[in-house]
Design a binder for this molecule. Sequence first.
Ligand code: ADP
Ligand code: AMP
Length: 215
Amino acid sequence: MKLILLGPPGAGKGTQAKMLTERFRIPQISTGDILRGAVKEGTPMGVKAKSYMDAGGLVPDEVVVGIVRERLQKDDCATGFILDGFPRTVGQADALKGTLQDLDKDLDAVLALEVDAEALVERLTGRRTCRECGQGFHVKFDPPAEEGKCDSCGGDLIQRDDDQESTIRKRLHVYDEQTAPLIAYYGEGGLLTCIDGMQEIGSVQEKLLSALQAS
Ligand code: ADP
Ligand code: AMP
């Protein structure tokens, strides 16, 4: 199963990808997670990416395209993968097409999660992430058993720097300008299914699974 999860920041891509990786035993490839890891480690790529991320903009295409190209060649992607947060521009989508051709792989599906702008802001301002294992929560929609602590590993839950409302608005604008055109891009290829992402997490999961069965 080789798929792309499309959708604006806060649509639930990461939440759904985690569930799909467990079900299909294929890796989640989140460019956001990889970039945050590089920022944390202070690698040259992380240093370059940080200013774009802090400002709510996109990291240049050549950086993320290189990350994904390298990642897709790892052994664990042999039977499939879930791309979460990539591609985000038409340039990235074109580069992905080339990479997949080179690797002799075909996409099975592109699933786009649709969520209203105000709901996205509420989801992102309430998002919390485990500092240790990266598991995601929401203070209202997916709260941990103990406030501020991760259910899986007991680590502290933190708020991402870019989940402040002013940066969120900028990220949503960038999505509309640069990423939303990918809906038409993949629509033309016949691989796209749009999913109503406004329902609770479990219902969205069911819709994704039915779309995958149909694809
Ligand atoms: P993305 O990866 O698309 O940016 P996330 O999966 O991190 O989005 O979800 C953003 C926030 O919204 C998280 O706090 C998550 O717990 C919450 N969330 C995800 N899906 C839903 C949903 N269907 N309903 C309500 N909250 C959700
Ligand atoms: P995410 O975790 O997907 O919300 O991504 C967090 C931030 O990382 C984004 O706001 C961008 O600055 C950067 N980023 C993640 N994926 C990409 C991508 N495919 N292209 C450019 N920038 C990205």
